[in-house]
Unconditional design. Sequence first.
Length: 579
Amino acid sequence: MKLTRYLIVALGFCLVPVAMAQAPAPAAQTPIIDFGSRFLPTVARQGMVVGPEELAAEVGLDVLRAGGNAVDAAVATGFALAVSYPRAGNLGGGGFMLLHLADEDRQTLIDYRETAPAAATRDLFLNENGAVDQQRAYFSHKSAGVPGTVAGLILAQQRYGTLPLADVMAPAIALARDGFAVSFALNQEIAARAERLAMNPEARRLFLDAQGRVPEIGSRWQQPDLAWTLTQIAEHGQKGFYEGEVARRILAEMQAGEGLISAADLAGYRAVEREPVRGTYQQYEIISTPPPSSGGIHIIQILNILEGYDLQAMGHNSAAYIHHLTEAMKLAYADRSRYLADPDFEPVPVAELTDKAYAERQRALIKPGRATPSEEIAPGKVLVDASHDTTHYTVADRFGNVVSNTYTLNFSFGSHIAVPGTGMLLNNEMADFAANPGQPNPFGLVEGEANRIEGGKRPLSSMSPTMVFRDGKPWLATGSPGGSLIITSVLQTALNAMAFDMNIATASAEPRVHHQWQPDKLVVEQGISPDTLALLRALGHNVDVAGRTLGRTQSIMLDRGYLWGATDTRRPGGHVAGY
Ligand code: DON
């Protein structure tokens, strides 16, 4: 890590004087890189892990240095984050892993999204008045979907890793067993949820001391139960989690708390490989997450709409740019509400929604001089066949492989319910179904019948691990937490790099905006000028300057022979590990 910092300094300070003095060109001259941007990424040459927490990113880097590939490092980092970043790193949640396999020049996606227990029914979360019972939907044993993370990481490791599973899991086991010093970020993350964590006796035992206090910064925090669970997985693979003693403990907790997950649900869980969704933006190819995530489709759809405008001429974050971006976002999120769901249960018109001709028809609906109120926007007509917390990390290795992984418990610390004797939190991913179709979910997203609760179904997600290719090679890999904000955060990071030539640190840091059709509100981060906001209001936008930040990307750009890493500075604790 220190080395990479020195490398930046060396590039910045040593090369420039050489150029100014016009020394005779050496035989193999080092190209001089123009940094002309406000923020500087961290640079490395051989391998890199960018993630939300330092210890886990360094675990991944150690695996790369030891000769593992990006998949080995991604699996190691995923298990390590379950220990060091408990708000979102997990064994009890699920996610999506996008891989670029250099040898085969192929991309694939591992879908390890949770599934609804077989016993889950459409009205699971409705009370006697037909309204959503938020306590039951978000913070009960019934909020938990069948966990997918362990199956997903193991599938990735078995198919595409090069080291034994036990080797890549060893650092996570050591972290849990031996403990580590509590960071400022971890202290703050637990403090923010302490009240609710204290409501569940096992979560209270894991995260707070006997007096209910948050672990102090610098104190050693050990998780022996989690070390035991990880060891069961390292020794017995998928069965070590979904069958046997870990499963028995999960089932005992389900029984105690009237949860729905059964032994058959656990034993039957499968992570699956899916074709990523693909699109283009000018000379770039976009490769992203397919259903049951909505992310990839809508990123491509919005890019298709925006491709018809000269964004550079409008100017980055100008009123004209934000207006057109916002109008495209509204159209996409309106479509999301109607068409997106688990493709194993509902037909999702992927090709139609990502079609350039459809984007052209949608572009025609955008008025350059007026914001269209959301109530005037309905999901578009496409031809259908008959009919707060998540986390992201990105890895690149010296062999050319790239992994972009987003996984989650849904809210920060999920349902805040821990399974006794496992060190593991339950997710509350069932809240991502449309508990009451047509009514907003916890992220304010309105979804329809297609995303109703059904046993065995995967809830619709917004998680969007994404890669951008240039000249047929991976150029940018990124992803973000943030629920409904994920799609627009990933979109703007990629657009800043593609359309505005920003380096990845600047592309990540620039203020973001977000509109999700319903509610009809254009949320903007601090940093957009008041003049611009006044122009947007004059166009009819209902502008809301967010008191919070939007998204938290973790990105790598592969450019000019270097790896350029940027951890989003919007939240503390992120880390770029490179060598
Ligand atoms: O799958 C989804 O879209 C949500 N469960 C993600 C939740 C999330 O990002 C919360 N984080 N801030």
